[in-house]
Design a protein. Structure first.
Length: 108
């Protein structure tokens, strides 16, 4: 569905791609909509009402990690969830994720 971009994908095309019945496809699309994964828009296609499905998730690009301090961190090999160095406690990573947070001066 990412490949369809702003044009979206007709619900009937999704059924065919997944090789499921129209009933199963409709249920799946509705569940994805309820979970906030897709947007369904009612459209008229060849004289029949159907839904067009648009992905709400954006593709990840290299631009999205540009400037991430982890990429140049000397401690990255020691950094893990429960370690003394951790992404959850890293001030540099926190400041990069939310620039509104003031960065602390470099440690000596």
């Amino acid at each position: 569905m990412f490949d369809t971009g702003e044009e979206g994908l007709l619900q009937s095309e999704l059924w065919k791609l997944l090789d499921v019945s129209s009933r199963e496809g409709s249920r799946m699309a509705k569940k994805f909509e309820e979970k906030g994964r897709v947007l369904r828009e009612k459209v008229l296609n060849n004289g029949r009402w159907t839904y067009k499905i648009f992905s709400k998730k954006e593709l990840v690009t290299l631009d999205s990690i540009e400037g991430c301090p982890c990429l140049i961190c000397d401690e990255v090999e020691k950094c893990f969830g429960d370690g003394s160095i951790s992404p959850t406690t890293c001030l540099k990573l926190t400041a990069w994720l939310d620039p509104r947070i003031e960065q602390l001066p470099p440690s000596e």
